[in-house]
Design a protein around this ligand. Structure first.
Ligand code: 13P
Length: 391
């Protein structure tokens, strides 16, 4: 199961001077194409899901497929929320299976960006999840012409970056040094001196948004100066679009005929990037250097005193509601023994995304209130264990 800790994955890239692609996916064709390329050139990969694309696909339906693709892969994979809109988006993404999150507060004044990002970091680190913050503003919209969204670039300053990283505790910093999201005419002009100074001052993995449209040489300069995650989408969407146009020109009609070959077109562009950015061939080394991303099962078996069956079920229903929205809790299952003479009649099974959740869950105020007021007073006899599956 090569889902790996994203912090370890990017630290390996940072230490060895290459960049891992964070490819935004919007359909199964993208997912298949990205994974095909990663397997073919033995590259670590970040499967990235941008909240701005959630109008185009159902995130909760897509995530089981993303996880299945990652779990069956031979190469190391991380699953990342890109440009999340809020703390609740980040919690939802983690509870659906993301092990890296970015909440983009870069448009806000620095103190507000720091406050929101710090909140995200506290929550996400309590789940073992790595956090990307962004400072400065990268204009444009993924998948669209940059000219249609001509917001002014706000460059990341070295001093602000130092302050921001210290105050928030983020794991990776997305910097604004001249790139633009989406399709551009000509190459963007990059402020590489600024990037070099930021890298020297921070010494943490840096991220570039707006990877489409940069030249091979520009990628080389970025990677030489600490960039080890490159966000990339528009060129993949264009490769898929070109294939569909081609199919239509050849007289094809109907969905499967029109989309035929799109995942291969995406795979070709992804593989080109992986070779260019130096991640091709790094899969085994990253697997060796990274903790596997392993869930924890939190199991309690118990008996109830002082509640009748309806009241017991009501207590369980409240538990499912309250505990299921605590960060890092992926599922809450309540059960009753099949046989009436079982030593323990009831069970909770909770899936935690990572072992860090054992502590953050125990101390979470919603858990404390539920356990102290509704559960422990009626469940004196109980056994609990937190375990990881052995394979
Ligand atoms: P491009 O669409 O310009 O490649 O940018 C992607 C991106 O930065 C996603 O966050």
């Amino acid at each position: 199961m090569p889902i790996v800790n994203m912090k370890h994955m990017l630290q390996h890239a940072y230490d060895n001077r290459y960049a891992v692609g964070a490819f935004d996916l919007v359909s199964l064709d993208f997912l298949e194409g990205i994974m095909k390329a990663a397997e073919h050139c033995q590259s670590p990969v970040i499967l990235s899901l941008a909240e701005s694309h959630f109008d185009h696909f159902d995130f909760d339906l897509m995530m089981p497929a993303v996880e299945a693709a990652a779990k069956r892969a031979q190469v190391p994979v991380a699953i990342h929320l890109d440009h999340g809109a809020s703390l609740s988006s980040a919690i939802h993404a983690i509870n659906q299976g993301c092990n890296g999150v970015m909440v983009d507060a870069s448009h806000a004044p620095l103190p507000d960006n720091i406050r929101l990002t710090r909140e995200i970091v506290e929550m996400a680190h309590g789940c073992g999840v790595a956090v990307e913050g962004e400072l400065g503003y990268v204009p444009g919209v993924e998948g669209e012409d940059a000219e249609r969204h001509p917001g002014a670039i706000s460059y990341t300053s070295v001093e602000d970056a130092k302050h921001y990283v210290t105050e928030t505790g983020i794991d990776f910093l997305a910097v604004s040094i001249g790139t633009v999201h989406g399709r551009m005419r000509g190459e963007p002009r990059l402020d590489l001196d600024r990037l070099e100074q930021i890298n020297k001052a921070l010494g943490i993995p840096l991220v570039i948004h707006g990877g489409t449209g940069l030249s091979d040489e520009q990628f080389g300069h970025l990677i030489a100066n600490g960039v080890c995650k490159i966000n990339y989408y528009t060129a993949l969407a264009d490769a898929a679009g070109a294939r569909i146009t081609d199919n239509a020109m050849q007289g094809q009609a109907g969905y499967t005929a029109l989309t035929d070959g799109t995942s291969d077109a995406i795979a070709r562009e992804v593989e080109r990037c992986m070779r260019l950015w130096g991640s091709a061939g790094a899969a085994d080394a990253v697997l060796a250097a990274s903790e596997p991303w392993l869930p924890v099962e939190h199991l309690i078996i118990y008996n109830v005193q002082g509640l009748d069956e309806d009241e017991t079920r009501a207590m369980m229903a409240e538990g499912r509601r309250v505990l299921g929205s605590i960060p890092g809790v992926r599922e809450v299952i309540t059960g009753k023994a099949v046989k009436d003479d079982a030593d323990y009649r009831y069970a909770w099974v909770m899936h935690f995304c990572h072992e860090a959740v054992i502590d953050s869950f125990r101390n979470h105020p919603d858990h404390v209130a539920f356990a102290d007021n509704l559960f422990r007073p009626v469940a004196a006899g109980r056994i609990s264990i937190d375990y990881q599956s052995l394979k």
